[in-house]
Design a protein around this ligand. Structure first.
Ligand code: SIN
Length: 303
C-alpha cells in the first residue's frame, strides 16, 4: 500500500487531504455521512474573539463554476469553539486547524495565546478574508503589514502558525517571503478572489455587500499558478487550496508545490469529495508505483 501520511510542521497527518475553512463548519454535519477521522484534518470556520453574525444577506451567489460569498466571518467566537466544538472534535481523531481572524493585531494575538493552551494542531492566521470592513485582507495585502502581524502573533503562539494568503495582491511570492521572514511555520493559499455580480433587472449587486470572494473550480488554475510561485520563493510547507474538486486537481496542487490540500467549495455539491480524493490519490500512487504521497510535492518540471 502506498504511504499517504504526511509530516507537516513536524506533525504527522494520516493523509494530505483537509477541508477548507468556511465550507465544513466544525465537521459535525459531515460526520453523520462518514467518519471525519478519514481526513487528514479540517480547518474550522474562521473564528474571532467575540461571536459574529456576519454580513446581511444575500451573501452567497452562484457563478459559472464557482460561488461568490460575503459571509463576513459569522462564527460563535473562540470561547464557544474551545468549550463546545473542540472537545467533540478531539474525540474524532482528525487533524485540527483553527482559522483565526480579527480586526486588530491584539485580537489575533489573544486568540493565538488562548488556542496555544489547547490541543489543536495548527493555527491558521487568516489575514485574507475579503468580506470584513476592519482587519481581514487589510492585514494580508502589504508586505509590511504581513511582517508586522505574523511577527506579533508568533510571539503569542506556541502552535505551528500557518499564514493564509490573499490572491488579491500584485506579488503573492513577495507576501509569502514576508510571512516567512517574520516567522511563519507554513503557508496556506489561496483565499478567495475579489469579485462582483450585478442583477440586470434591479441593477444592483447580487450580494448585499456589493463585492465578495470567488471560489470553486473557476479559480483552480489561478491557485495552481500562485502555489507554484510561492513554492519557488520560500522554504515553508504549503497547504494548497482553490477550486479543488477531484483527485486530479489535488494531484496538480501537490505537483505545483503543496504538501497538503484543502478542499472547499465542491463540498456544497458533493460532501463526499474529500473521501473520493483520498481514494483517487491512493489509486494513482499504486498505479504509478510511487511509494509515498510526499514524493509528489513540487514534482512539476517547469519548461
Ligand atoms: C467570510 O466569512 O466572509 C469568508 C472567510 C474568508 O474569506 O476568509
Amino acid at each position: 500500500m502506498p504511504d499517504l501520511k504526511i509530516n507537516f510542521c513536524g506533525i504527522e497527518f494520516k493523509n494530505p487531504v483537509f477541508t477548507a475553512s468556511g465550507t465544513y463548519g466544525f465537521g459535525r454535519e459531515f460526520n453523520a455521512l462518514y467518519p471525519i477521522s478519514l481526513l487528514g484534518g479540517i480547518s474550522c470556520k474562521g473564528t474571532t474573539l467575540a461571536p459574529r453574525e456576519g454580513n446581511p444577506p444575500p451573501r452567497i451567489a452562484e457563478t459559472p463554476s464557482g460561488i461568490l460569498n460575503s459571509v463576513g466571518l459569522q462564527n460563535p467566537g473562540v470561547e464557544h469553539f474551545i468549550n463546545e466544538d473542540l472537545p467533540w472534535l478531539l474525540e474524532q481523531k482528525t487533524g485540527i486547524i483553527v482559522n483565526i481572524a480579527g480586526s486588530t493585531v491584539e485580537e489575533y494575538c489573544e486568540m493565538a495565546e488562548r488556542l496555544s493552551e489547547t490541543a489543536v494542531d495548527i493555527i491558521e492566521l487568516n489575514i485574507s478574508c475579503p468580506n470584513v470592513k476592519h482587519g481581514g485582507a487589510a492585514f494580508g495585502t502589504s508586505c509590511a503589514s504581513v511582517t508586522e502581524i505574523t511577527g506579533e502573533v508568533k510571539k503569542h503562539c506556541t502552535k505551528p502558525l500557518m499564514v493564509k494568503l490573499s490572491p488579491n495582491v500584485t506579488s503573492i511570492a513577495d507576501i509569502a517571503k514576508s510571512a516567512e521572514a517574520a516567522g511563519a511555520d507554513a503557508l496556506s493559499l489561496i483565499n478567495t478572489i475579489m469579485a462582483m455580480r450585478i442583477d440586470i433587472e434591479t441593477r444592483r449587486p447580487i450580494l448585499k455587500n456589493n463585492k465578495g470572494g470567488l471560489s470553486g473550480p473557476a479559480v483552480l488554475p489561478v491557485a495552481i499558478r500562485m502555489v507554484n510561485e510561492v513554492a519557488n520563493a520560500v522554504n515553508l510547507p504549503i497547504m494548497g487550496m482553490g477550486g479543488i474538486s477531484d483527485w486530479r486537481d489535488a494531484l496538480e496542487m501537490l505537483l505545483a508545490g503543496a504538501s497538503a490540500v484543502q478542499v472547499g467549495t465542491i463540498l456544497f455539491n458533493d460532501p463526499l469529495a474529500p473521501i473520493k480524493i483520498i481514494d483517487g490519490l491512493n489509486r494513482y500512487l499504486k498505479s504509478h508505483g510511487i511509494a509515498r504521497v510526499s514524493e509528489l510535492t513540487g514534482a512539476v518540471q517547469l519548461w
